[in-house]
Design a protein. Structure first.
Length: 186
């Protein structure tokens, strides 16, 4: 505060300091997590980070992964158009995959990371359509808010329509392999 000379700015800085604790993540596990740095990034970057994590993970498994030529999908994986959704674990113990839309993609990959674990689910476009507005509630209210849904998953108790996949990364790779016909490196 010694660098602030204006009394009004000093008063505002004191208020900012007093409320800062309300906005810091109170889970110390994130501080030592290999994923913790992601929580420090602006929300507009977090989705891009998730896309890069999924692309790198699948490429490491041998899947052919390329960037989508348009904004209706994030990547093309073994000739399937893929929408990628990413979430860090919320304090409630759930992942929230937001902004699912009815766009031109074949499947969605939902990747969630917690301080020392990660989960993934593969959802076909048919599954998403079947759950639209019910298992996947509308994200926004009102008559105009019907174009976007979100998926909330408690990783140790996924919805029955998500099973048989457990959320384990290995199971997601197996499911993606079935959908694409590609046998990955496990």
């Amino acid at each position: 505060m010694d660098q602030i000379h204006d009394e009004e700015v000093r008063a505002l800085a004191a208020i900012a300091t007093s409320i800062r604790e309300d906005y810091l993540d109170d889970d110390p596990a994130w501080l030592t997590s290999p994923f913790g740095w992601i929580k420090t990034r602006p929300s507009r970057q977090v989705g891009t980070i998730g896309e890069k994590l999924v692309a790198g993970w699948l490429a490491a498994k041998g899947f052919n992964v390329i960037r989508s030529p348009d904004s209706d999908a994030d990547r093309i994986v073994e000739n399937k158009r893929v929408e990628i959704k990413f979430s860090t674990l919320w304090r409630s113990g759930t992942y929230k995959f937001q902004q699912l839309r009815d766009q031109n993609y074949d499947l969605a990959i939902c990747l969630g990371v917690s301080p020392f674990d990660a989960h993934a689910w593969i959802l076909t476009k048919d599954q998403i359509r079947q759950q639209w507005g019910t298992g996947l509630p509308f994200q926004h209210g009102g008559s105009v808010g019907r174009d976007t849904v979100w998926l909330t998953i408690r990783p140790n108790q996924p919805q029955s329509w998500l099973i048989p996949t457990t959320g384990r990364l290995r199971d997601a790779v197996t499911e993606l392999s079935k959908i694409t016909g590609y046998t990955p490196t496990l």
